[in-house]
Design a protein around this ligand. Structure first.
Ligand SMILES: Nc1ncnc2c1ncn2[C@@H]1O[C@H](COP(=O)(O)OP(=O)(O)OP(=O)(O)O)[C@@H](O)[C@H]1O
Ligand SMILES: *[C@@H]1O[C@H](CO)[C@@H](O)[C@H](O)[C@H]1NC(C)=O
Ligand SMILES: *[C@@H]1O[C@H](CO)[C@@H](O)[C@H](O)[C@H]1NC(C)=O
Ligand SMILES: [Mg+2]
Length: 331
């Protein structure tokens, strides 16, 4: 649509200049010149580029989104806001920002990545500077590890060369081959430049379920002790989380020295979601669909979700993940 307008405009200018040219060469050059300049200006205006007009953190926007749209994640919310605003307001960061998001399924890890993208890039997740890699989609065959490694390195290098403020999201990090994780390590480190490219303004986000069980155990301990969920602090989870990630032999993170080399700036725990959060998700989904939010429908949806552990039934097995499709049955 935008491109069509642009071509139409240029076309008008060119045809005008052809008309004019039959009369006077000087005007032709002038009109052509103005046309080209105007065309370029309009193109830059409409087309995403690696410039502050398209890439700039809206810290207020991020805070508002985290407060209003993300439910039950007081720790994650706080760390993300601090980490992203600190990093984006630093004109000369010493290394790229590396966040590792951990937690039970359906608790908002992909969702938070989207909120960050929405408030850093005008185009959000659609930005050509935001890249998502999923192990099962992009790197499915262990036998092709060497190909994947060089491909991934080239992608990161190529994209950061194009735009220093690139964002890379690695989904299902725990399913990723340790060798592949190792191959991106240099980009996360404190190097001024690698082969003439500086990676220090890039953002890397790793998503995984690693440590989800120990986070859930802590949340359950608090619940059993009758303590408020909001009383859980990062320090209650930090050691546990790194232990769980270290000791989980299935997790790709465990095999690599990402952690002991301190390349990850923030480990962000996501708590398992309770009934009241599922309720909020259902209400939000109704609003997103343009329906009048109906608490009794939301209550029905939230009550039909499966909770664990078997005896206490506190946390939603799939978090808010299936709410969107479940709602179809109730509306
Ligand atoms: N804490 C939350 N607050 C608000 N909405 C949420 C939250 N968690 C999940 N959702 C909703 O559920 C959907 C699925 O969540 P999301 O994909 O972020 O889960 P995830 O943590 O990445 O799970 P998985 O580990 O299975 O990939 C989101 O798109 C969002 O609509
Ligand atoms: C930043 O976000 C706030 C809250 O969402 C919004 O009102 C404001 O217009 C945004 N600012 C910019 C520059 O996009
Ligand atoms: C940037 O990354 C994408 C994958 O998200 C890849 O397809 C593309 O080739 C990369 N660009 C460059 C210039 O390497
Ligand atoms: Mg996910």
């Amino acid at each position: 649509m935008k491109a069509t307008h642009l071509y139409l405009l240029l076309h008008v200018f060119l045809s005008t200049s052809v008309l004019v040219s039959t009369f006077e060469p000087f005007s032709t050059a002038l009109v052509l010149g103005i046309g080209a300049t105007l065309g370029r200006t309009i193109y830059n205006y409409l087309h995403e580029s690696c410039e502050p007009k398209w890439i700039a953190l809206n810290a207020t926007g991020l805070k508002v989104d985290l407060d209003r749209k993300l439910y039950g994640q007081h720790i994650a919310s706080r760390i993300i806001l601090k980490a992203v605003s600190g990093f984006m307001s630093n004109d000369n960061p010493k290394k790229p920002l590396v966040l590792s998001l951990h937690g039970w399924t359906g608790t908002g890890k992909n969702f938070v990545s989207q909120l960050i993208a929405d408030n850093v890039y005008k185009e959000g997740m659609d930005s050509s500077f935001v890249h998502i890699f999923t192990s099962e989609l992009h790197f499915p065959h262990a036998s092709q590890l060497e190909t994947y490694k060089s491909q991934l390195q080239q992608w990161i290098k190529g994209n950061v060369t194009n735009c220093a403020h690139s964002m890379f999201i690695f989904d299902e990090m725990d399913k990723m081959h340790p060798g592949l994780i190792d191959s991106i390590k240099p980009y996360l480190d404190y190097y001024d430049k690698l082969d003439g490219v500086s990676y220090r303004k890039a953002i890397f986000i790793f998503l995984s379920n690693a440590g989800g069980e120990s986070i859930t155990q802590t949340a359950l301990d608090f619940w059993k002790a009758g303590r408020d969920r909001e009383e859980i602090e990062l320090k209650d989870l930090e050691t546990l989380l790194s232990l769980a990630v270290f000791n989980n032999k299935k997790s790709g993170l465990w095999h690599t020295s990402l952690i002991d080399k301190n390349l990850v700036d923030f480990f962000v725990p996501f708590l398992p979601l309770e009934y009241r959060h599922v309720l909020q998700c259902a209400m939000a989904e109704m609003i997103a669909r343009g329906h009048q939010p109906d608490p009794s429908v939301a209550d029905q949806v939230a009550r039909d979700v499966v909770y664990f552990p078997k005896t206490e039934r506190v946390f939603a097995v799939k978090g808010c993940k299936t709410i969107e499709s479940k709602l179809d049955y109730y509306i």
